[in-house]
Design a protein around this ligand. Structure first.
Ligand code: AGP
Length: 613
């Protein structure tokens, strides 16, 4: 998904915008561009490839202005090329636009504009927007009204920022649907606009997040928010608790590496403020559910995508065991087309790090339309999934920049554990004392995770043996079956090695035919209730020549005789064991990807927040 940054104030706009884009490069990056007001005209620089190409171009041909907009592009319509890169300029050169989303009706709009003699300079859908705004400006409307009229013709979801050379003291920003966020940063005598918090966090923590079908006009010392129908909006100002350093990479080689190592702290932060030690119970005030509603709750449907969906599969075990509520887990992209059976005694739980995944948001919309309660577990403060939900639980993990999700995965499992405890208390399934025993288990996580992270050298040695294989199988059972799925996803999305996660019991129904000496098999074989079954699985894989890597519990000597490699983890209570067993798999995927010279933080074809369908 594209990254957008805008600035207006007394400072030089160019470095502020380029630095902001650098912090958003994980969002999408096949081209980049910047437009700045310079000597009364709009000056543009655009280039394909990584952001550094644009930075070099600007160094060679500097820009000098106090208001501007910038964009990193993840191409949807029009191949990556300088002419298709944003920002896009109107024919007169007096209006410029950056855009995230898809103009679904751009062909008819383009035909209409071309029929009236408007020349087009690109193959993008976005370009119709700037010509529509210019047409309304030529009809005499100011930039706010011109933008409002223009975007009312668009179909699809959009995040848009507009700059007019004839009103160079303001920017206009628009949000329609779920094409990614639009955050306004309120500074001292300066304003920012960005598609995500990290781009502007070092300048201000005070932010406004546009809602669906809202627009804002910002000058250096003021902002005005309104609906697309022209109604003024009294927008809430959020104070973002994240510190700017947390959004930087620091001494780590990659954001993913940093975020893997941050998990001990992140898990501590996730618990913060959720335990009422005075009364000895879990407290989730942002969930906004009464005891009566909790008792009436008949079913929870967890909807999510990718890693977040696998987190939901782990949470199913925990919530069903502790709160005794049936939990279904479904992919957001499938759920929205299933005409799901829901009612007011059901809750739809959306798990989403970015809070902007369009398929997950669409599933939430289904829930709202069918009268079910909407909950979300989100990391990005102020994101759509946080704002539209009836109640939410934040991951409190700090910004997650690496495309491959790590700390969001583990903290979202803790959030589901807290949800299970809270509902269990509310529904009379758990006494506060029992809940506190589970809290004591959760409180051990930072230390247990820290112990696993200290063993990275065992993963390094293993990765050096395995990085050239082209197929992997990941097997798990019971509460660790989803960890097999997650471990496989981590490997394939950053190293481009084909990897499949499977419930170990399913192997005999087909996949075991895959196993031979070319197929490393990662088996999560902890000392738990399915240990013997997993041991048998390891033996079956070995008997077919497979190379077995076991994730095993400290002190287990038997597994050492069966597997080729063993990654040991400390013993942990069953319900938190998935959070421990996933850590070596995160490290293994990361280390193999580094061995393969892969672009770990910006894997090909991927983006951190998937806001297109
Ligand atoms: C995870 O490593 C992937 N980047 C991807 O599967 C991700 O989890 C998925 O796109 C969901 O993102 P969300 O949590 O922001 O909704």
């Amino acid at each position: 998904m594209c990254g957008i940054v805008g600035y207006i104030g007394p400072r030089d706009a160019t470095p502020l915008i380029l630095n902001g884009l650098q912090r958003l490069e994980y969002r999408g990056y096949d081209s980049a561009g910047i437009a700045v007001m310079q000597n009364g005209d709009i000056a543009i620089r655009r280039d394909v490839g990584k952001l550094n190409n644009l930075v070099q171009m600007v160094n060679n041909k500097p820009l000098n202005g106090r208001i501007g907009i910038g964009h990193t592009r993840w191409a949807t319509h029009g191949v990556p090329s300088p002419r298709n890169a944003h920002p896009h300029l109107s024919a007169s050169g007096r209006t410029v636009v950056v855009h995230n989303g898809i103009v679904e009706n751009f062909r008819e709009l383009r035909a209409d504009l071309e029929a009236s003699g408007v020349p087009f300079a690109s193959e993008t859908d976005t370009e119709v927007i700037v010509h529509l705004v210019q047409r309304e400006r030529d009809a005499g409307h100011d930039i706010t009204e011109a933008t409002r009229r223009a975007v009312s013709l668009l179909r699809g979801a959009h995040a848009i920022v507009v700059l007019s050379a004839d009103q160079p003291d303001r920017l206009v920003a628009v949000r329609i649907g779920n094409a990614g966020g639009v955050a306004l940063g309120i500074g001292q005598d300066e304003m920012f606009v960005a598609s995500d918090i990290p781009a502007i966090l070092e300048h201000t923590r005070r932010m406004i997040f546009l809602e669906n079908r809202q627009m804002a006009t910002i000058t250096r010392d003021a902002y005005h928010v309104q609906t697309l129908d022209g109604e003024p909006v009294d927008a809430e100002i959020h104070n973002i608790p994240w510190d700017p350093v947390s959004a930087a990479r620091g001494e780590f080689k990659h954001f993913m590496q940093k975020e893997i190592y941050e998990q001990a702290r992140a898990l501590t932060d996730t618990l913060r403020g959720r335990v009422d030690f005075q009364h000895g119970c879990v407290d989730l005030p942002d969930l906004k559910i009464s005891e009566e509603d909790a008792r009436r709750l008949k079913r929870i449907v967890t909807v999510a995508c990718g890693t977040s969906a696998y987190s939901g599969l782990v949470g199913k075990f925990i919530i069903e065991e502790l709160a005794r509520v049936p939990v279904e887990v479904d992919y957001g992209s499938e759920y929205r087309y299933r005409d799901p059976i829901l009612d007011s005694d059901c809750a739809v739980l959306a798990i989403t790090q970015s809070g902007e995944t369009v398929d997950t948001l669409a599933a939430m919309e289904e829930a709202r339309e069918k009268g079910a309660r909407q909950w979300s577990i989100v990391n990005a403060i102020g994101s759509q999934a946080m704002r539209v939900a009836d109640g939410f639980i934040t991951m409190q993990a700090g910004p997650e920049i690496g495309v491959a999700s790590t700390k969001a995965f583990t903290t979202s499992i803790v959030d589901q554990y807290l949800l299970a405890l809270y509902l269990g208390q509310q529904r009379g399934m758990l006494s506060c004392g029992e809940a506190m025993q589970h809290v004591a288990d959760l409180a051990r996580l930072p230390d247990l995770v820290g112990q696993v992270l200290e063993r990275e050298d065992q993963v390094q040695e293993l990765a050096a043996q395995l990085y050239q294989y082209t197929n992997f199988l990941y097997l798990g059972r019971g509460i660790n079956y989803p960890i097999a799925l997650e471990g496989a996803l981590k490997l394939k999305e950053i190293s481009y090695i084909h990897a499949e996660g499977y419930p170990a019991g399913e192997m005999k129904h087909g996949p075991i035919a895959l196993i031979d000496e070319h197929m490393p098999v990662v088996a999560i074989t902890l000392k738990d209730e399915v240990y013997d079954k997993m041991l048998s699985q390891v033996e079956q894989a070995k008997s077919r020549g497979g190379i077995v890597i076991a994730v095993a519990t400290d002190g287990d000597e038997l597994i050492r005789e069966k597997a080729d490699y063993v990654l040991y983890v400390p013993e942990a209570p069953r319900l938190i064991s998935p959070i421990i067993s996933v850590i070596p798999l995160q490290l293994l995927a990361y280390t193999i990807a580094v061995w393969r010279g892969a672009d770990v933080d910006q894997p090909r074809n991927l983006a951190k927040s998937v806001t297109v369908e």
